[in-house]
Design a protein. Structure first.
Length: 391
């Protein structure tokens, strides 16, 4: 088997014509008179385009199918949408959107996929029970794939321009289901849930409830990320939702939140404060303390564990495992299920009520106040009080 080479094709002289030439993908590119500065510049340009396009010739491909276009975009997306060395959830969302198109139009030429086809895909998503917002985001991702194909000269620009004319589904004008807005969770429900939670998860809830940070930011708290020099601590997450926009994120921790977090800071600086390993260790210790069978009978602690368990406690919670732990506790407490993002909405609503929209915006870490409007429910009581006076 021949050895694969990563070398760049050479700048050569075509003896019959005296021109400079380079061969890419079996195709010869003539660069102008050999040895001239212009031919070297042309060589640099052609090679740069070839390397940027992952060693393929950047030109429209006749007969390129939708499946082939999506496969090329998937290779790009897995490399592009990454955080901390792992693909982000955006990759899974792209693949879900692409599946609807591939099932219907996979063998269609990408250049022939037009507005009518995209509307048929919208209808299939409605039939599948997806919500209107999810469908609109999925169609936006499909348009983005074709736009990428145009940018890489794989399909003609007219294809994406035509798809861009398809509007998103409008509320009240489609059969797609609507999702209920995320509302704050009341304190009474949270207080009933806390006793049913593992101690570590309960402290995560208390910390988020007092700071208004995102669930992922609660999961990733580490001692090295917290500045404890002042009376109000500052938590700068190593990774956060908007870091790819170049924005900094600082979460301020007041006295009550400090009291929750302080016991978890007595560990390695780079280890996570809220660790499932700690939670599992405490659970086993409680089981042992509540043991009814005498020690001389039955299994001693640690003797009945599997050598190679299928699942082991991780170093930190994820936002999904954090949510699942809360919803299991809701079932045990007999209260309506709620999720961690509702705590953030509760904090935003309280801050807006007491200190105004700007205070809620700064604390929640939003760039624009209109984003905070989604998280902080309006204080309708103010409107009622006003109309009691003037209405």
């Amino acid at each position: 088997m021949p050895l694969l080479s990563n070398s760049v094709p050479r700048y050569r002289k075509h003896r019959a014509s005296g021109q400079a030439i380079v061969t890419l993908g079996g195709k010869d590119f003539y660069l102008g008179p050999h040895g001239t500065k212009a031919s070297h510049l042309q060589y640099d340009r052609v090679i740069a385009e070839w390397l940027h396009n992952e060693r393929t010739i950047p030109e429209p491909e006749a007969g390129l199918t939708v499946v082939e276009l999506f496969a090329a975009y998937k290779r790009f997306a897995v490399k592009y949408y990454r955080k901390n060395g792992k693909p982000t959830p955006e990759v899974a969302c792209i693949l879900q959107a692409a599946k609807f198109v591939k099932d219907l139009y996979g063998r269609t030429e990408a250049a022939d996929f037009g507005p009518l086809a995209l509307q048929v895909v919208q209808g299939r998503m409605v039939d599948a029970g997806l919500s209107r917002n999810v469908i609109n985001k999925a169609c936006g991702r499909i348009k983005r794939i074709f736009k990428w194909g145009v940018a890489h000269q794989m399909i003609p620009p007219a294809t994406w321009q035509a798809l861009a004319t398809v509007p998103g589904l409008r509320k009240g004008r489609t059969d797609a289901r609507e999702t209920a807005p995320v509302l704050p969770v009341d304190d009474a429900t949270v207080d009933q849930t806390l006793p049913e939670l593992p101690e570590v998860v309960a402290d995560m809830v208390r910390f988020e409830r007092l700071t208004g940070c995102r669930p992922s930011e609660v999961c990733n708290v580490r001692p090295c990320d917290i500045d404890t020099s002042g009376d109000v601590w500052a938590y700068r997450p190593e990774s956060h939702k908007t870091e790819h926009h170049g924005r900094a994120r600082i979460i301020f921790i007041g006295p009550r939140a400090q009291a929750v977090l302080r016991p978890y800071l007595l560990r390695e600086k780079t280890s996570y404060c809220f660790a499932p390993q700690d939670s599992e260790r405490k659970r086993r210790r409680e089981q042992h303390e509540n043991r009814q069978t005498p020690l001389q009978y039955g299994n001693r602690p640690g003797t009945n564990r599997k050598r190679k368990p299928r699942r082991t406690p991780g170093a930190c919670y994820t936002k999904d495992s954090y949510r699942r732990a809360i919803q299991r506790a809701c079932d045990l407490a007999g209260v309506p299920k709620w999720h961690p993002n509702q705590l953030r909405h509760s904090v935003g609503t309280e801050l807006r009520k007491r200190f105004g929209i700007e205070a809620a915006q700064v604390t929640l870490g939003h760039k624009d106040a209109n984003v905070t409007e989604v998280y902080a429910e309006r204080d309708l009581q103010k409107a009622a009080d006003i109309m009691r006076e003037v209405g």
